[in-house]
Ligand binder design. Structure first.
Ligand code: ADP
Ligand code: MG
Length: 146
């Protein structure tokens, strides 16, 4: 499905809706240029999962972990040069564990991601306008009317 958001607030709201639909073991791969809105989307997802913490970008830490109804593993693999680096930090344990994984720049490590990964591509159309394509989701977003 392809959706449009017209502000960061709408992307947050869309993320929130997605977050309410995620199940144990789900993996989301987020792609899109710097500033596309991957981290904003993740903030919404976290809220939707019942997480109250302030979400920050894990660009430098690779992984941030938040406890909610389910545990959220928020990765940013921008700085990873070789997918093997992720294997070394035990990526599989997270990907195939009980929590939810959100991986910013997931295409960099696509060879490591589960087959049923939900792919989210965010494209900047204008200053505040984003096209968000979601592939491989088993949920629908019928409630989304933006
Ligand atoms: P990324 O993680 O993809 O690098 P961020 O989520 O950190 O991007 O930043 C997105 C930037 O784009 C923020 O500065 C945000 O305010 C801005 N922005 C403008 N319009 C939107 C929109 N529709 N959705 C998401 N972010 C938007
Ligand atoms: Mg980011």
């Amino acid at each position: 499905m392809k959706l449009i958001t017209n502000s960061e607030k709408e992307t947050l709201e869309l993320g929130r809706l997605i977050g309410t639909k995620l199940k144990s073991g789900d993996v989301l791969s987020l792609d899109g240029d710097l500033g596309a809105g991957k981290t904003y989307m993740t903030k919404g997802i976290a809220e939707g999962m019942g997480i109250k913490d302030y979400i920050t970008s894990p660009t430098f830490t690779i992984l941030n972990i938040y406890e909610g109804d389910l545990t959220l593993y928020h990765f940013d693999v921008y700085r990873i040069d070789d997918p093997r680096e992720m294997e070394e930090i035990g990526f599989d344990e997270y990907l195939y564990g009980d929590g939810v994984c959100v991986v910013e720049w997931g295409s960099i490590v696509s060879e490591l991601l589960p087959e049923d990964t939900i792919d989210v591509h965010i494209k900047k159309l204008d200053d505040d306008v984003r096209e968000i394509e979601i592939l491989g989701a088993s949920f629908d977003l019928k409630e989304w009317k933006a």
